[in-house]
Write a protein that binds this ligand. Structure first.
Ligand code: PBG
Ligand code: ZN
Length: 332
């Protein structure tokens, strides 16, 4: 059968028809909201390249967590942003049991017990050189030597009460190292969410401001994936599943929808996608300039990530999108 018998427009007339045949729906349940923890009290530092995003001290993170939960968002992911003076060559502040992230985890768990608290695991925020692992004398990144430290960080966060640890470093073998460390310490129930297919992306630009974690020299291309590669993403994901990952992640999200789709198709794993800082900043900037309709572009960008196969979306838009979804639900 073909035109004129077939007319796909028949089911597009009016919002009710469109709703009735809609294949994908965003829900507030799909979102995880990233939070940035700094020291001090009452600190709320805006981030120039990410309007609406703040570095928050532990007391204010708790307030923020309450707001996130009230909006119905299931969880947050925490990043620590230590003072420059607390950084060293081995990222000690990243696995200090009394460090920023463990403190924030404990405070949120106590105040907002039902909100999922994930902890990002990496060294780059804590090393004075800004790389995600230890350096060799030649200045290259030594992944194998970094594994015990990443495992130590994951342990510190899990012991503080994190509902999940999410290694974002991209060192080979880290999922297995973290899994073993958690299991050995009686934390076998703490899931690992692997940033499995993480690309060396220019879309991380604004994050490097908010997390103050830009590498002091070089770049992350020696450990993060080449944006040209997608078959390789499947190999990364397969390895991490084999090492015990409970959920896998693709990052960035919007420019890598094909990778999200393929990962979900190939493994059927719980799959997360991270709509990163640059994706957020571009939409915000376009909206501020009046060049695009920010709200519609936001919702469409999130819907596209979901349609591609993501079960969860880590996004700085989580609160804004939750409000839009809430408004819609109320108007129907
Ligand atoms: C570092 C890390 C980065 C992001 C999350 N963890 C930056 C990088 O790898 O260079 C980026 C997140 C974002 O841009 O929103 N391990
Ligand atoms: Zn890192």
């Amino acid at each position: 059968m073909s035109f004129p018998m077939v007319r796909l427009r028949r089911l597009r007339h009016g919002e009710t028809w469109r709703r009735a045949v809609r294949e994908t729906a965003l829900s507030v349940d799909d979102f995880i909201y990233p939070l940035f923890v700094v020291g001090g009290e009452g600190v709320r530092n805006p981030v120039a390249s990410m309007p609406g995003v703040f570095q928050l001290s532990v007391d204010l993170i708790v307030e923020e967590a309450r707001e996130v939960e009230a909006l119905g968002i299931p969880g947050v992911i925490l990043f620590g942003v230590p003072d420059e003076s607390d950084k060293d060559a081995v990222g000690s502040a990243g696995y200090d049991p009394d460090g920023l992230v463990p403190s924030a985890i404990r405070a949120i768990r106590e105040a907002v017990p039902d909100l999922l608290v994930w902890a990002d695991v990496c060294l780059c925020e804590y090393t004075d050189h800004g790389h995600c692992g230890l350096l060799t004398e030649e200045g290259t990144v030594d992944g194998d030597a970094s594994l015990p430290l990443l495992a130590q960080a994951a342990l510190a966060y899990a012991k503080a009460g994190a509902h999940a640890v999410a290694p974002s470093d991209m060192m080979d073998g880290r999922i297995g190292a973290i899994r073993t460390a958690l299991d050995d310490e009686g934390l076998g129930d703490v899931p690992i969410i692997s940033y499995a297919a993480k690309y060396a992306s220019a879309f991380y630009g604004p994050f490097l401001d908010v997390a103050q974690s830009a590498p002091a020299f070089g770049d992350r291309k020696g450990y993060q994936m080449d944006p040209a590669n997608a078959d390789e993403a499947l190999r990364e994901v397969e390895l991490d599943i084999g090492e015990g990952a409970d959920m896998v992640m693709v990052k960035p999200a919007g420019p890598y929808l094909d990778v999200i789709f393929r990962v979900k198709e190939a493994f059927g794993m719980p799959t997360a996608a991270y709509q990163v800082s640059g994706e957020y900043a571009l939409i915000k900037a376009g909206g501020e300039k009046g060049w695009v309709d920010e709200e519609r572009v936001m919702m469409e960008s999130l819907l596209a990530i979901k349609r591609a196969g993501a079960d969860l979306i880590l996004t700085y838009f989580a609160k804004d999108a939750a409000r839009v979804l809430e408004g819609k639900a109320g108007s129907e």
